[in-house]
Design a protein around this ligand. Sequence first.
Ligand SMILES: C[S@@+](CC[C@H](N)C(=O)[O-])C[C@H]1O[C@@H](n2cnc3c(N)ncnc32)[C@H](O)[C@@H]1O
Length: 248
Amino acid sequence: MLKRFHPSIAALSIQVTATVTAGALLAVLSDSAGLLEWVILQGLLAGLLSFVARLPVWWIPMHLLFMPLVLVALTWNISSTWYLLLFLGLLLIYGKSFMTQVPLYLSSESVNQALETLLPQQQQFSFIDLGSGCGGLLKNLADTHDNGSFHGIESAPVPYVISKLRSLFGSGYDVRWGDFWKQDFSRYDVVYAYLSPVPMHSLWQKAKKEMRPGSLLISNTFVIPGVAPDKSIRLNDFSNSTLYLWRL
Ligand SMILES: C[S@@+](CC[C@H](N)C(=O)[O-])C[C@H]1O[C@@H](n2cnc3c(N)ncnc32)[C@H](O)[C@@H]1O
């Protein structure tokens, strides 16, 4: 049932339930239990709940270890200002993923090399990277393709600022801060996406509506449910990326 909720609501519900239940159990069962026992029980319960709720498997260690790691961090006696600064930094990089469910991770070198060979070598073309991160992919492709115009759009502040600064120093691409759902895809010959499973169905609806016949949609790693790609290219990088290609 929890799977139907936004992941943050599901995570919060599990942590709160485990926290309260661990406290209640120890209050009833033991007179001498302390913070350590409570944290261990809380972690075990939270891990168990995420397993029972059939959340994706990576949630189990996250729930299991969350409260124990909070306890460990408290023993370090670090000023709370550092936690605030760390939180603000993460917020500026990953804050929007709360809504988009697409965090920042970067295309590998193998993906860059495969894309270089897929792009037109002679004729002019335009390319957009949806959620262009720190601009690394755009820079690499612009370096190898004088015949292309390269564009990026990024919603997370820190990656955007990094990519903007890079673009100002002769990187051969332009990048905008914004939401790619508001971007008109008909202006591009190649649309590249490295997102997550969550937006892929909507992305296909938008691509079908806006992309010109003959243009190319490329997704790194994530398939469009129920739509077989025209081509897929398996790469031998650390995350075993696959590029999926759809010719509109
Ligand atoms: C997996 S990263 C890919 C980064 C880069 N394209 C690459 O391949 O190295 C996805 C990026 O998309 C951005 N993003 C997610 N949803 C977005 C949206 N609706 N509009 C703009 N950027 C978005 C995220 O902030 C993140 O930086």
